[in-house]
Design a protein around this ligand. Sequence first.
Ligand code: FES
Ligand code: FES
Length: 167
Amino acid sequence: MQENTHTMNITVNGVNYEKEVPVRKLLSDFLREDLGLTGTHVGCEHGVCGACTLFVNGEAIRSCLMFAIQADGADVTTIEGLERNGELHPMQESFSECHGLQCGFCTPGMMMAAIDFLKHNPNPTEQEVKEGMSGNICRCTGYKGIVDSVLKAAPLISKLETKSKVF
Ligand code: FES
Ligand code: FES
């Protein structure tokens, strides 16, 4: 049986694409398989682990819970869209400096979720970071380095936000 497809237009990390996509293809799979943007990781595929977190029209979403065609016309930012002109985003710098990762599987989703968290709470306490990041699962780090990374990134991201350039 022929699979239903839909031609969609999407902007990802500032690049516009027109693609024919199976209507039931997940946004996470579309980014990885059709655009080669494998920085978005897929863990649980049912909205629990947070590994696939990215931004659609500025809102953090779990891309394993969204069909690609639901992002028709949208502006998407993935982990690949964080760096600018070869420079790491402050969240990436902070994860590197504070050892916020080990295997790195959870890391893209963790960083996107952390940026979203700091958008809503730019000057958090350690406890608020723990609670705010509790929807993202890491099997390696014990979370200490992740919490330290988010706390370190907070003032740096605030400075970016005053320039309207979170990402
Ligand atoms: S892969 Fe999407 S939440 Fe786990
Ligand atoms: S660094 Fe391995 S799952 Fe988080």
